[in-house]
Design a protein around this ligand. Structure first.
Ligand SMILES: [Ca+2]
Ligand SMILES: [Ca+2]
Length: 127
């Protein structure tokens, strides 16, 4: 009896530990879900059409919205930074032109009113 109970408890602890450690590693770039560690560009100011990126991207011209399709280039209207660190987004490719530092607060920010503007974003840099 005692041995069986011990085995069960050890098994539960192992499962919980694996679940916790696996969460960040399972965050998949390009799956259309904005997860911890990612920077996400939304096609619109509301709604859930988004592109999730896990690294610096020099050009949005070859990127599409994973679930909805369509190019990311010059279509982004809002962004969410879930990196926990800075991300700078730019009007032009290769981190050129007007840029704006997206706060690392996980909130949704409209690009209208920033130096980048609506439907103009073309690259970003992980700071
Ligand atoms: Ca994702
Ligand atoms: Ca790209």
């Amino acid at each position: 009896m005692r041995k069986a109970a011990t085995v069960t408890i050890v098994g539960m602890v192992t499962m919980v530990g694996a679940g916790l450690s696996a969460t960040p590693a399972n965050a998949a770039t390009g799956n259309g879900v904005c997860e911890a560690g990612e920077f996400c560009v939304y096609r619109d100011t509301t709604g859930n059409v988004l592109w999730d990126s896990g690294r610096t991207d020099n050009s949005y011209s070859n990127d599409t919205y994973p679930l909805a399709g369509g190019t990311v280039q010059d279509t982004g209207s809002s962004v969410v930074n879930r990196r926990g660190k800075g991300v700078r987004i730019f009007v032009n490719g290769d981190q050129n032109g007007a840029g704006w530092n997206v706060p690392a607060d996980g909130k949704r920010w409209n690009l209208s009113g920033t130096p980048v503007g609506n439907d103009r974003a073309s690259s970003h840099q992980f700071l």
